[in-house]
Design a protein around this ligand. Structure first.
Ligand SMILES: Cc1cc2nc3c(=O)[nH]c(=O)nc-3n(C[C@H](O)[C@H](O)[C@H](O)COP(=O)(O)OP(=O)(O)OC[C@H]3O[C@@H](n4cnc5c(N)ncnc54)[C@H](O)[C@@H]3O)c2cc1C
Length: 381
């Protein structure tokens, strides 16, 4: 079969690209073997969809089921100090339903779904040869939306380097009686443990520290024992997540004249907090713009214009932020200053950009310090 555009992967990135192209009258063929039934599988994920993502992609609000809006976040420092912050509402969603909904939107709009796993893509003089377990297809343009271990990436710019990928592990669990999400920072660990309550279950996990892969289970067990020992574990999960260690990672191109990488395949995940759903859809949107404009290679300039600088800044902040001393002070300041709490919650919600963060904190410093001081005085009374 000869097709014009092949999208490998029908997760949020691939499905949304298929949908956007179909809206412009372009039919893409999406390959994904993980959708044997009407809904796709549950993908290992917190499932936290930020206010930024909900605002930019309003269709996310129409996921038909298994989501829960949560408007509070409990930050816990490595030593156990706590600060509860409200003011931003995240949607915690089961990926089975989010991904199924987006893929169905793509198919309903006109994209074609082939439920086959792509085993390799090879470029030759006439375009791309796409091999699956069942057959061979030819295509003019190939898009890699096939996650952190992308076969399209391997055939274009090469695998994501090992040092720029990390593992997350956790459980889907019942019995978390909370109406707030939890982010617990850990000693000597550049990442966090989380509890994201959803409609019928919760996602509980730990990850994001590239150097701590071997110790993840120890951190997860310790976190569960301390903060949610009575949960009913439904199933364990573990998955890789792109996590650029240095800004240099982003110098690798994400498109060429007849190929594009989007979402996790491009490594487009917030390198500080691990948010990826927003960038999966954002990248897809920009890829659709490049493709409909007849210049797929332009995608590389488009994503750089949109969110490259935020990734670079987040990367630079990691050593500074994930420092036990800094996290202790940070959580203490969140509990004492409403202004600082609002800024930090804005970062988690995506409404405060990384590139504007230093400036925001600097210009708010006097207010933050005065709020913190008056709380100290009050707490002494
Ligand atoms: C534990 C964990 C927690 C996370 N928590 C959050 C969170 O709370 N909020 C957030 O925004 N982000 C979170 N992320 C990141 C988020 O899950 C990803 O960034 C997002 O799923 C990327 O979407 P994608 O479409 O690029 O890739 P994926 O969601 O990985 O989808 C890739 C698709 O490609 C298919 N595929 C793969 N290989 C092939 C192949 N060879 N042939 C055909 N199909 C193939 C797969 O079946 C899959 O359907 C988390 C990630 C992890 C691992």
């Amino acid at each position: 079969m000869v097709v014009d555009i092949v999208i490998v992967g029908g997760g949020p990135a691939g499905a949304y690209l298929g949908y956007r192209l179909a809206q412009s009258g372009i039919q893409a063929v999406i390959y994904d073997d993980s959708h044997p039934h009407s809904h796709p599988r549950e993908k290992p994920c917190g499932g936290g969809v930020t206010p930024f993502a909900l605002e930019k992609f309003p269709l996310l609000k129409d996921v038909p089921c298994s989501y829960r809006y949560i408007d509070k976040m409990l930050f816990i420092s490595p030593e156990g100090k706590e600060a509860m912050v409200g003011g931003q509402t995240l949607m915690n969603v089961a990926r089975e339903h989010l991904d199924g909904y987006l893929l169905q939107k793509a198919v309903d709009a006109g994209a074609k779904l082939i439920k086959e796993r792509v085993t390799g893509v090879v470029e030759d003089a006439t375009g791309w040869l796409v091999r699956t377990e069942k057959g061979e297809y030819r295509s003019r343009l190939v898009v890699g939306a096939d996650g952190a271990s992308s076969v399209v990436r391997r055939a274009t710019v090469g695998r994501i380097p090992r040092e720029d990928v990390c593992a997350c592990i956790g459980y889907y669990a019942r019995g978390v009686e909370r109406d707030y999400s939890v982010m617990k920072f850990l000693k000597g660990f550049q990442g966090y443990a989380w509890i994201f309550p959803r409609e019928t279950h919760s996602s509980i996990g730990v990850g994001l520290d590239i150097k701590q892969a071997k110790n993840l289970k120890k951190y997860l067990d310790g976190f569960i024992a301390e903060y949610c020992p009575d949960i009913e574990r439904i199933a364990p999960f573990g998955a890789l997540i792109p996590m650029a260690r240095e800004p240099k990672f982003y110098e690798i191109p994400c498109s060429g004249k007849n190929w594009i990488l989007i979402g996790d395949a491009a490594g487009h995940v917030d390198p500080l907090l691990g948010e990826g759903i927003r960038y999966a859809l954002w990248g897809a949107d920009l890829a659709a713009e490049a493709i409909t404009g007849g210049e797929p290679a332009r995608f590389d300039a488009l994503w750089r214009e949109a969110y490259y600088r935020d990734f670079v800044e987040a990367c630079r902040l990691r050593e500074f932020v994930y420092n036990t001393d800094m996290l202790e002070r940070g959580v203490a300041l969140i509990s004492r200053s409403e202004t600082f709490a609002r800024i930090m919650m804005g970062v988690v919600a995506g409404t405060q950009s990384y590139r504007g963060l230093r400036r925001k904190v600097t210009t708010s410093l006097l207010r933050i310090l005065s709020e913190a001081k008056s709380r100290d005085v009050l707490s002494m009374d």
